[in-house]
Design a binder for this molecule. Structure first.
Ligand code: ADP
Length: 264
């Protein structure tokens, strides 16, 4: 009986070990796959503006006596493509910074009211240009332990999107509130909205709902993944509610007291 018992025990232990091993292997494989997919996506995204630049430059080069008008038009297009490439690279750098471990979190006690006001001050001119009204409401003074640079990036991306994907004469409402444990930031807009089936994908890297329309508006598809990473690094949550044609609301919930995220 005793030997049997031992045998059974060893068997169970081996089984547990091999299960754990398989699980780890699966996780590593998934990580490797997603890394490979990311690199291939990055290459593709970086190549697209380059291809356009090459075509624009070449078509000017093969023509003799290019009319000034045409020359200026092509140079304008070239400049736009360069700007686009620059935007993608900047977003990628932000994303890579965000991907590092908790050790690169620079945590400080920050007035969230001041932080949001600072962000909105920077973005108001863009909203005015698009004829979008930005309204800010804060219910109380809120101080939270955060990495200011990272969380700023998240809030900035949400407000930028709320302005970008809005309609003529639309509004953006930014609300700051807190309970005894969490800081809540809400960014609501009267914009084009997001279809239910798209909302699960918008936080993915490079994902854009309507590619041609987004391209016109000029995004990289990285903004929301940057925002989500920043929020997750604070052990917070980011959520989206949307009604196509009526508007979208993003909410960020961040613990007032910082707790380092778990590794893995
Ligand atoms: P992008 O650089 O294209 O704006 P994001 O990652 O910031 O990339 O957003 C992903 C996609 O989600 C956008 O291309 C857009 O289609 C959609 N989206 C994001 N925010 C909003 C919003 N406030 N209203 C409507 N659509 C939005």
């Amino acid at each position: 009986y005793h030997a049997d018992y031992l045998h059974e025990n060893a068997y169970t232990e081996t089984k547990i070990l091999s299960e754990a091993f398989n699980k780890m292997l699966g996780r590593l494989k998934a990580q490797d796959d997603s890394r490979q997919e990311f690199v291939s996506n990055v290459s593709h995204e970086l190549k697209t503006p380059l291809t356009s630049m090459k075509v624009l430059a070449d078509s000017l080069l093969i023509q003799e006596n290019v009319p000034t008008e045409l020359y200026r038009e092509f140079m304008g297009d070239l400049s736009e493509e360069i700007e686009r490439e620059n935007k993608i690279i900047n977003d990628l750098l932000s994303l890579v910074k965000m991907d590092k471990t908790a050790s690169n979190m620079n945590i400080q006690s920050v007035s969230m009211n001041e932080l949001v006001e600072k962000i909105l001050k920077r973005l108001r001119p863009i909203a005015t240009k698009q004829n979008v009204e930005v309204v800010y409401q804060s219910f109380r003074p809120v101080t939270a332990e955060i990495d200011e640079v990272k969380l700023s990036l998240a809030i900035t991306n949400l407000v930028e999107n709320a302005i970008k994907y809005n309609s003529e004469g639309g509004w953006v409402h930014v609300t700051l509130n807190a309970d005894h444990k969490f800081c809540n930031i809400e960014v609501a807009d009267s914009g084009i909205g997001i279809a239910q089936e798209e909302t699960e994908h918008i936080f993915e890297r490079f994902y854009r709902v309507d590619k041609s329309h987004s391209r016109e508006i000029g995004g990289t598809g990285l903004g929301l993944s940057i925002a989500r990473n920043a929020v997750v690094m604070h052990r917070g949550a980011i959520k989206v509610f949307s009604q196509p044609g009526e508007g979208t609301t993003f909410t960020i919930r961040i613990p007032l007291v910082y707790v380092a995220p778990e590794r893995g």
